[in-house]
Ligand binder design. Structure first.
Ligand SMILES: [Zn+2]
Ligand SMILES: [Zn+2]
Length: 682
């Protein structure tokens, strides 16, 4: 009777099965289910438009794991939501002349439908959308908690600025040796602006500890390098100027202090103006102005000429008591260590080049045990087989002993001591753009920056704003938004107009999934404590020092504020590979090599496309997209389907397989091999 059912034709039954599973709430997970929990998370997508083959690939692997964990008897939470604030929405909206909200929510509708077509086992009842006031109310609440805990602060800082996007970038959003915007590839420039920061540096050491998590080595390495811890010593150099505090340097080589024959300050160092002598002032000021215009990478380049200017002042080497000249040079950066270095030309290549150029003394104070150093270049090796020479009472010690002894002596004399330096900087979270969560702060003449009282949250983002970028927040031209009252004295106050980096939104969305409908708090601590941490997190490796590091920071900070009772958000992490275009290049609209799965789905069905994606190769490796083999996968599924079903009087029934127990009866139900994989409680 039913001819079509003889043949594997997913178009006949996929949609009706999807409707049935949704009606049955097959994937809805209960917090109170007594079975062991398993929290499986795939990174929520940005609401950029279409669900493309990359999303399919990213979602299908974890979807298979979710099904397997269910079959193993676990209570699996597998939620999905949308990362919907941020620049791409705003830029697309500007290009199209529509409101960012209109563009974003239309995309969400389309993407949600597409994700349903894939047949993923997401629990949509837990969906979060970060641009919903019900969500960003709590993003703002979290900001207030960070502010109260001293982990959010405002400071004037030279910041990285993308001239194209007209926005400040976090350091993590500046990419590559030529320092380009992570989003549009435009070289960034420096600007001095008042900005909001989160104190990520306070957690630098804890973020280096990966002992509780099972994460891929490359991600751990990237975070380790990003945090960039170095152990060494602080050394204070007195200066020959009345009333001036000593200048502190950080060095990883305190064993070489006897070889320090000059000092170099970053041109931005706070002491430069006060120490510069009148004869040197014009030249120093010109040099400072030039250095400020250059990028860090230009300044750090190894090939670059090491040039600088003597400022006319002298410091005193605390070990030799010699007076040493103070220079400024752009190869010393204000943001690393203390922004001041001791120049040890005999044991540092840059200092060597500098000393040769300006005829500064070069004094060797470390040598191979029983060997000689070559006076024609810096001696750099830092091995166990070296001893201190020409270092007073420390001469003859091994380099390691020298480090310990000299550091201890400095500490005894109150001239420094052991110290640690990090490359990581605090996270810059304010953005001068419209489409984001407003920072919940008001400014009072008398009381300064005050957080908006929690019962007045959310600070709603007004709809009627001209959001075309000008470099200042578009909210500044909205008088009703600007007007506020001081929560301390009730006087008129001005509202903060910057919005938050979207990475703040994604630093806690996994917590909101646990209790998405809470109206009086961001989450139910008891439910969060039951579900968290995420057992397996799946997503792209490109977020190594962004989302993945920020989420760890958030978790640790919220733990210390008493809001969470665990240390890490994601116990295990796996990164999918990338699906490349047929030309083996990264898929992009500009290359025209983006594969759209919709046609294939219409022709072969969702299961075939999903299976085919998983047969490309190991999930963490990806590969080029070449759908020529899809017929084979389709035939394979067709065979599996015909084994599982047989037509008899219009009702599909399982066919007996020799040696196998009889399969579950499917009488009266639409046929489909996937039925076997979808049973809720096995
Ligand atoms: Zn940009
Ligand atoms: Zn006030």
């Amino acid at each position: 009777m039913n001819e079509r059912a003889e043949r594997y034709d997913p178009a006949v039954f996929e949609a009706s099965w999807r409707a049935r599973w949704e009606a049955d709430e097959l994937y809805r997970v209960d917090d109170d289910d007594p079975r062991n929990k398993h929290y499986l998370l795939t990174m929520y997508p940005y609401t950029s438009g279409d669900v493309h083959i990359g999303h399919w690939y990213a979602a299908t692997g974890p979807d298979i794991v979710a099904r397997m964990r269910r079959m193993q008897g676990l209570n699996v939470m597998f939620p999905m939501g949308f990362d919907s604030f941020g620049l791409p929405a705003e830029n697309a909206a500007i290009d199209r002349g529509v409101h960012p909200a209109t563009w974003t929510y239309a995309n969400i509708d389309r993407m949600r439908t597409q994700f349903r077509t894939i047949g993923t086992a997401f629990d949509w009842t837990r969906e979060v959308v970060t641009s919903d006031p019900e969500y960003y109310r709590w993003t703002q609440w979290l900001f207030v908690q960070f502010f109260r805990a001293g982990l959010a602060y405002r400071a004037m800082a030279p910041v990285d600025w993308c001239p194209k996007d007209q926005v400040v970038l976090a350091r993590e959003q500046v990419e590559g040796a030529n320092r380009v915007c992570w989003r549009c590839g435009t070289p960034v420039v420096k600007r001095d602006l008042e900005q909001w920061f989160f104190r990520t540096t306070q957690y630098a050491d804890e973020l280096l500890d990966f002992s509780q998590i099972d994460w891929p080595e490359p991600i751990r390495l990237m975070q380790t390098n990003w945090i960039g811890r170095s152990d060494g010593a602080d050394i204070d150099f007195a200066v020959e100027a009345d009333g001036q505090a000593p200048i502190r340097v950080f060095t990883t080589r305190p064993d070489t202090v006897f070889g320090a024959t000059f000092m170099v300050l970053a041109p931005e160092h706070a002491a430069v103006a006060a120490l510069t002598t009148d004869q040197r002032r014009a030249e120093v000021e010109a040099y400072v102005a030039t250095a400020r215009r250059e990028t860090e990478i230009e300044r750090m380049s190894a090939e670059r000429d090491k040039n600088g200017v003597f400022i006319g002042a002298y410091a005193v080497n605390p070990m030799t008591s010699e007076r040493i000249p103070i220079w400024i040079a752009d190869y010393v950066l204000p943001g690393y260590g203390t922004g001041a270095i001791m120049g040890v030309p005999a044991h540092d290549e840059r200092d060597y080049a500098f000393a040769v150029r300006y005829e500064l003394p070069i004094r060797f104070v470390v040598a191979p045990r029983g060997g000689e150093t070559d006076a024609g270049q810096a001696f750099l090796p830092h091995t166990d087989d070296e001893v201190l020479v020409g270092s007073g009472e420390f001469t003859g010690l091994s380099a390691a002993e020298g480090i310990a002894a000299i550091t201890a002596r400095l500490a005894e004399r109150g001239q420094g001591g052991p110290s640690v330096s990090y490359k990581i900087r605090d996270w810059l979270v304010s953005r001068q753009r419209y489409w984001g969560a407003p920072i919940p702060i008001v400014y009072c003449e008398e009381h300064g920056a005050q957080p908006v009282p929690e019962d007045q949250l959310p600070v709603l983002l007004p709809r009627d704003v001209d959001f075309v970028p000008t470099g200042v927040s578009p909210l500044q031209s909205h008088p009703e938004f600007l007007a506020a009252t001081c929560p301390v004295c009730g006087a008129a106050a001005r509202r903060e107009t910057d919005t938050m980096d979207t990475f703040v939104d994604s630093s806690w969305y996994f917590l909101r999934y646990c209790s998405p409908n809470e109206e009086t708090r961001p989450w139910d601590p008891e439910v969060v404590s039951r579900w968290m941490p995420v057992d397996l997190y799946a997503g792209g490796a490109e977020h190594a020092v962004l989302h993945l590091m920020y989420s760890r920071f958030f978790t640790k900070a919220l733990r210390d504020m008493g809001h969470l009772d665990f240390d890490e958000p994601f116990t295990a992490l796996r990164n999918q590979g990338q699906i490349l275009g047929a030309d083996h290049q990264r898929m992009s609209k500009s290359r025209g090599n983006v594969a759209n799965p919709d046609e294939l789905v219409a022709r072969y069905g969702t299961d075939t496309v999903r299976c085919f994606l998983m047969f490309i190769g190991p999930w963490d490796q990806g590969g080029p997209w070449n759908p020529t083999g899809i017929e084979g996968v389709h035939r394979f599924l067709g065979r599996a389907w015909s084994v599982a079903t047989v037509q008899e009087g219009g009702s599909p029934r399982p066919r007996a397989i020799p040696g196998m127990p009889p399969a579950q009866s499917l009488a009266g139900e639409p046929p489909g091999v996937t039925r076997y994989l979808m049973t809720k409680k096995l």
